[in-house]
Design a protein around this ligand. Sequence first.
Ligand SMILES: [Zn+2]
Length: 101
Amino acid sequence: MCAKKRANWSKQKADFQARLGDAGNSLDDLFADVDRRRNEAALRREGELRIKACESKNRYAHLDEAEEALAWCVARGRRGLSIYECPYCGGWHLTSKPRRD
Ligand SMILES: [Zn+2]
């Protein structure tokens, strides 16, 4: 191998490694991007859940108020409601969904 070829080869190798380095970096970026999107999706889901489970409902500050409201509904033939403590606002809401816990 003459000196010129050897120099060429070193240059090619360096180029190749530089490209690999870039690829490695953009892979990191890609993963960061995926993470960010996943977080955004989780936040959006969390927001939707919050609206569904809390903000769109009547809020009762105390359990006995919620029980009163439930009794009011039952007295008017509304069945299948249950009361749950809201993890978002710390109050109480009525739901027609069966309890999952
Ligand atoms: Zn709430």
